[in-house]
Design a protein around this ligand. Structure first.
Ligand code: FMN
Length: 208
């Protein structure tokens, strides 16, 4: 009788182990499948057509533009490059305003750190900046002045408190007259919570 009870216990135990291992296998396969498909979606772009190889270049002082740059990368993949000034701007907002005002009046662009990038590897460039006094931030103008963007397709994106992108787009029209300037995207502070959808709509329009 004891033998029978042990035998039954062993059968139940082995059965449970077998079931357990097949379930955990299924789970890990499901997980890796869904991770792989998430990654390939991110590379291809979620619902966006094939955009080729993208470079996302941006400047951001208080991280708003960085957040948009990262959302673009999430949706189209590609490489990201952050423009950094050699001399950081102060953390106090009013002090930044004073310095930028002075730089603009003196027609002076801040030095930026050197970062090697081979632009010939990319089909197009997403170029992001905060709007400063109605126009792109000075470090971005500096980056443009140091790189050959002729015959490149440039898709500008901007963040601002409330300003529209019109003045900034005209500025780029003059500065990037050797490039193909695509439609721009502007995200104001009240748009911020809707960034993902605004980026997606913009990318879809560009890609089609
Ligand atoms: C020097 C300076 C000038 C600015 N000028 C404007 C402006 O003209 N219009 C506007 O709506 N916001 C203006 N802003 C606000 C920024 O455009 C806005 O906060 C932006 O999202 C900041 O982006 P970031 O966090 O990537 O630096 C200005 C900010 C600074 C620091």
């Amino acid at each position: 009788m004891k033998k029978l009870i042990w035998l039954l216990a062993a059968v139940i135990f082995l059965g449970a182990c077998g079931l357990g291992s097949s379930n955990s296998d299924e789970t890990s396969t499901d997980e890796s499948d869904s991770q792989a498909s998430e990654q390939s979606e991110a590379k291809k772009g979620e619902g966006v057509g094939d955009m080729g190889k993208s470079l996302i270049v941006y400047y951001s002082l208080t991280e708003n533009t960085k957040a948009v740059a990262e959302e673009i990368q999430k949706q189209v993949g590609g490489e990201i490059l952050r423009i950094e000034t050699v001399e950081p701007y102060p953390e106090v907002y009013d002090e930044v305003l004073d310095i930028v005002r002075d730089q603009r009046e003196a027609d002076e662009l801040p030095e930026i750190t050197k970062q090697e990038v081979d632009l010939s590897e990319y089909d197009h460039i997403f170029l992001g900046t905060p709007i400063w006094f109605g126009e792109p931030a000075l470090p971005v103008d500096k980056w443009i002045s140091e790189n050959d963007l002729s015959n490149k397709s440039i898709y500008p994106f901007f963040t601002s408190g409330s300003s529209s992108i019109n003045e900034s787009m005209s500025h780029y029209g003059e500065l990037l007259d050797q490039s193909t300037l695509g439609e721009g995207l502007g995200i104001t502070s009240s748009d911020r919570s809707n960034t993902s959808k605004l980026v997606k709509d913009w990318l879809t329009e560009i890609a089609n």
